[in-house]
Write a protein that binds this ligand. Structure first.
Ligand SMILES: Nc1nc2c(ncn2[C@@H]2O[C@H](COP(=O)(O)OP(=O)(O)OP(=O)(O)O)[C@@H](O)[C@H]2O)c(=O)[nH]1
Ligand SMILES: [Mg+2]
Length: 292
């Protein structure tokens, strides 16, 4: 039995979460078109007959401009350590300074690395060449060109990952796909809808907290709060006549019903927590477990 820990790292929006979901065949980590979607280290667990692989999805690494960015940077960088293997993902559609920041971090660590060039379905020739040259410079021999969204090239990538892992035990029961509790998964689904439906700074000013979950056989009642930073943002998240919050709720409810396999009543509130993304105390509490 092969088993081990694999950190999926890379610049924002290269498709790390999409790839992790493709590996485990379930939506463990939320995805959006906007960079900066993932804010935590999220373990996704793949168990097969001959292996158990624990993939750590991580926030995209880039030079942080704001306080929250500094936390996300710390989470992503500290997640790199202590793994058996790093999957360094670059997108064939864009290569920039963030990819070079990741390359520099990985170089410092001297750990086994597999290179992944994602989004081959929409690759750009000159960026593809640049991606290949980043892996050349890092001396990464194992490089796979894939499309996570189309699940192309992921099978041989997975075989290569397995071949690099040590013999080991099953760390988790077979039927578990993530170590995150349901409340976290639910809050992430809501945050994903905020990322999908709102624009400019709103997704980055939003956080979701689950206030209460009441469960019985017929229906699960979930009460959650979306935090924003300013009154004007609260107005936008609510929308005209409450239209936006209703749409967020409807989309989230469908996904939550699929996740927990029960009917869901979802009650969403919007609250202002002034400038929380710059509040070191609050961020420290929020990410306490991930940056020690
Ligand atoms: N065309 C194409 N799009 C992809 C592929 N993989 C991911 N995407 C899209 O790229 C966007 C970003 O994907 P994510 O999986 O959220 O990227 P990420 O690296 O986790 O991003 P952060 O969490 O923000 O760092 C989404 O719109 C995905 O649908 C791919 O193979 N091909
Ligand atoms: Mg992500």
């Amino acid at each position: 039995m092969k088993s081990g820990f694999v950190c999926v790292a890379g610049a924002p929006s290269v498709g790390k979460s999409t790839l992790v979901n493709a590996f485990v065949g379930e939506k463990v980590s939320i995805v959006s078109q906007k960079p900066g979607t993932t804010r935590n280290r999220i373990n996704a667990i793949l168990t097969s007959d001959d292996a158990q692989i624990i993939f750590a999805d991580t926030p995209g690494i880039h030079k942080p401009l704001h306080m929250i960015g500094k936390y996300l940077f710390k989470i992503a960088v500290s997640a790199l350590e202590g793994n058996d293997l790093i999957l360094f993902v670059i997108s064939a559609t864009r290569v920039g300074s963030a990819d070079k920041t990741v390359a520099a971090k990985i170089k410092e660590l001297r750990m086994p690395v597999i290179g992944v060039i994602n989004k081959m379905d929409i690759a750009n020739e000159s960026y593809l060449k640049e991606a290949r040259s980043i892996f050349d410079d890092l001396d990464v021999k194992n490089v796979f060109e894939i499309s996570a969204i189309q699940n192309k090239g992921t099978d041989i990538l997975l075989e290569s990952i397995k071949s690099m892992l040590p013999e080991g035990p099953k760390y988790y029961p077979e039927d578990i796909v993530t170590d995150r509790p349901t409340a976290f998964m639910v809050s992430e689904i809501i945050r994903e809808k905020v990322f999908e439906l709102t624009h400019e700074e709103i997704p980055y000013s939003s956080a979701v907290e689950i206030d209460q979950i009441e469960e019985d056989d017929k229906i699960t009642k979930i009460y959650a709060t979306i935090f924003v930073e300013r009154d004007s943002q609260k107005g936008i998240v609510l929308g005209k006549g409450g239209r936006m919050i209703k749409e967020i709720g409807t989309l989230a409810r469908k996904d939550i019903e699929y996740l927990i396999d029960n009917h869901v009543f979802l009650s969403l509130h919007v609250k202002v927590k002034t400038n929380w993304t710059e509040d070191e105390k609050m961020l420290g509490r929020m990410f306490r477990e991930e940056i020690n």
